[in-house]
Each structure stands twice: as structure tokens, then as C-alpha cells.
Design a protein around this ligand. Structure first.
Ligand code: TTP
Ligand code: MN
Ligand code: MN
Ligand code: MN
Length: 335
């Protein structure tokens, strides 16, 4: 056993947006466990509990080495009693009984499978489970009415479940880039989301599109979508966009086969006016918790509202204060 006197407690600031956190994670066993409990809470419509587990996991992700002793955690932020019990269980026994039983529970397994269908959220999945639907076959047999997104999600379930590689993301960046260039030659496209943070795989590919001239981005999205859908260019006969978000493209076929290999990938396309581009880029780069923490910091520590469109000062008067001026109400600004 490690002697407590040898243990140096870790120290990290309270908000995730105050911390530098690369993809290197010395505590993956612990953070995987807490992330699973977060996911289960989110799927059960317990968002508060979900965020608490996400914050706890983020603190552990930011540590410079593996936790070996509970006393190293003394004074760390965001580690509530529940998260600490899970961590202690894993440090002492190698696994957490709560995590293991959650993983094995029929309800969690069914929620994961059903919400894994694009277009199906936890509320829909919960209703289906109450109607006795626990898997894809039962869903198909049930005669449930599915909307267009869900039909596509079900049809391409296996493809979409498979992570997108960086190479695929770059290939799709090329295809979408050519499509954007053909509907609006000056428009710019940036890869955002997890790939911008250096991840090598993702559950989708996120793009942010803008135009250097304010206003010229208006109408770009419908043009881009219909252009991709119609596959008008012979260079792009390998692309099909369905539901705005599911992208089918031909993977590099092996020369030995003439069979077409199609792969469905989720894409997120966002168009932003250039005046909001910086906020959109910040807002769509993630991670989700980093974004949430930036907004919490802005609100709680600075009295401001941050969104993917703007940063507002909640009290207009404060702008005057920041400028060292006495507040002048609008009706007295008729200079
Ligand atoms: P995701 O694509 O869900 O997350 P990711 O790219 O980090 O992870 P993965 O690799 O699994 O795809 O979201 C990307 C970012 O976009 C994330 O920070 C959340 C943010 N975002 C939305 O998802 N929806 C919104 O409406 C806005 C404004 C931002
Ligand atoms: Mn993404
Ligand atoms: Mn995601
Ligand atoms: Mn996304």
C-alpha cells in the first residue's frame, strides 16, 4: 500500500475551460466508468446527474498521471460523493459494481441500441421500451411509424455505428469542399468538432462554412444540400446526402472487385455569417463539456452570455463601466 505521506495531491482549476486537456488520458479506466454513468443518466433524462459525472470525468482526464490513491484527490473540484465512490471501488477492486450492473442492464442496453439509430432520442427510445421494443428487429417487426431521419438511421445503422476515421473525414472534406466551391466559389469550409481537437476518429464529421462577404452566405445551405443530393457533377457521382446529415460515399474499392462499396457517415453542416464566424468556430469545436463550461464561466464569473453566435454582456451598463463611462440610457444617446 502507498503511504499517504508519499502522496502528492493533484490540483486543477474548477472550470474545464481553465484547463489544458489533450487526448492523452492517464485515467481512462476511471473516466470510461464515469462516462458510462453519465451516458446512462443522460439516456434516463437525468441531465443534472449526467453533467456531474461528465465534470468529474473531465477533472480526471486533466490529471498528469494515473490516480493510485484516493488521498491524491483531496481538494479536487467537481468530484461528488457518488463519483468518489465509483473511483474508490475501481481503485480497490478493479471494477465498479454500479458500472458493471448498469452495463449489463437490459434497459441500458436497449436505450443504447435504440438511441444509436440516428433521429431517435431518449424519449422515443423510452416509449418504445415501454411497448416492449428492445432491439432493431423488434422495432422493424413492430410497425412503428418512423420519420425520414429515423428510417435512414435504421437502414444505415451498422455504417453509422462504425467510427469515422480521420482519413474518411478528410475525404469527405474534399467532397464537401468541391460542392461548396461549385455553389459559392468564395465560400470557406473548416473541419470542426472532434477532428479539429486532434481526435483520430469521430461519430460524425462537422463542417463550418462561411463567406468572406457578409450576407453572401444566405441561401448557401439549401443550394449545397440540393447540389449534393442531386450528384450533378461526374466527380461527385459517389455522393448522396440524405436527411441533410447522412452522407453516402464510395469508399476506395479494391481493384479486384467491381462491386460498389458504399459507406454512410453522419455529417454536420453549419453555415455562419462571417461576422459570427469566430463564435461559431469556438462553439462547434467542442468538446461538449468544454463548451458548457465556457458558457458557465461566461455567465457565472463574467455576467456574460456566450453562444455560437455572439458574446453578450448581460448588463448593458457594464459595457459603459468597462469603458470607464457613466451609463447613458438609449433615449439619451441621440447625439
Ligand atoms: P459533436 O459532433 O457531437 O461532438 P465531437 O465532434 O466533439 O465528437 P465526435 O468526435 O464523437 O463527433 O459536436 C461537435 C460540437 O458541436 C460540440 O462541441 C457540440 C457542438 N454543438 C452542437 O452539437 N450543437 C449545436 O447546436 C451547437 C451550437 C454546437
Ligand atoms: Mn463530431
Ligand atoms: Mn458526439
Ligand atoms: Mn456533430
Amino acid at each position: 500500500a502507498v503511504n499517504d505521506s508519499e502522496v502528492t495531491p493533484f490540483s486543477v482549476p474548477g472550470y474545464a475551460c481553465q484547463r489544458r486537456c489533450t487526448l492523452e488520458n492517464h485515467n481512462a479506466v476511471l473516466t470510461d466508468a464515469l462516462s458510462l454513468l453519465a451516458e446512462n443518466a443522460e439516456l434516463s433524462d437525468e441531465d443534472g446527474r449526467g453533467v456531474a459525472f461528465r465534470r468529474a470525468a473531465a477533472v480526471l482526464k486533466a490529471l498528469p498521471s494515473a490516480v493510485t490513491n484516493m488521498s491524491q484527490l483531496t481538494g479536487l473540484p467537481c468530484l461528488g460523493g457518488h463519483s468518489l465512490r465509483v473511483i474508490k471501488d475501481i481503485l480497490e477492486n478493479g471494477t465498479s459494481s454500479e458500472v458493471e450492473s448498469t452495463k449489463e442492464s437490459e434497459r441500458f442496453k436497449a436505450l443504447k441500441v435504440l438511441t444509436g439509430i440516428f433521429g431517435v432520442g431518449s424519449k422515443t427510445a423510452d416509449r418504445w421500451i415501454r411497448e416492449g421494443i428492445h432491439n432493431l428487429q423488434q422495432l422493424r417487426d413492430s410497425g412503428q411509424t418512423l420519420n425520414r431521419a429515423q428510417q435512414a438511421g435504421l437502414e444505415h445503422y451498422d455504417d453509422i455505428k462504425q467510427p469515422v476515421s480521420l482519413a474518411e473525414a478528410e475525404a469527405i472534406r474534399g467532397i464537401v469542399g468541391r460542392a461548396v466551391a461549385s455553389v459559392s466559389p468564395e465560400a470557406q469550409i473548416v473541419l470542426t468538432g472532434g477532428f479539429r481537437r486532434g481526435k483520430l476518429t469521430g461519430h460524425d464529421v462537422d463542417f463550418l462554412i462561411t463567406h468572406p462577404e457578409e450576407g453572401s452566405e444566405v441561401g448557401l445551405m439549401p443550394k449545397l444540400v440540393s447540389w449534393l443530393e442531386s450528384r450533378v457533377s461526374c466527380h461527385l457521382q459517389n455522393v448522396l446526402l440524405i436527411c441533410d446529415v447522412i452522407f453516402l460515399y464510395e469508399t476506395t474499392a479494391s481493384p479486384s472487385t467491381t462491386e460498389r462499396r458504399w459507406r454512410a457517415v453522419r455529417v454536420d453542416l453549419v453555415v455562419s455569417p462571417i461576422s459570427q464566424f469566430a463564435f461559431a468556430l469556438l462553439g462547434w469545436t467542442g468538446s461538449k463539456l468544454f463548451e458548457r463550461e465556457l458558457r458557465r464561466w461566461a455567465g457565472h464569473e463574467k455576467g456574460m452570455s456566450l453562444s455560437s453566435h455572439a458574446l453578450y454582456d448581460n448588463k448593458q451598463e457594464e459595457i459603459f463601466a468597462h469603458l470607464g463611462l457613466e451609463f447613458i440610457p438609449p433615449n439619451e444617446r441621440n447625439a
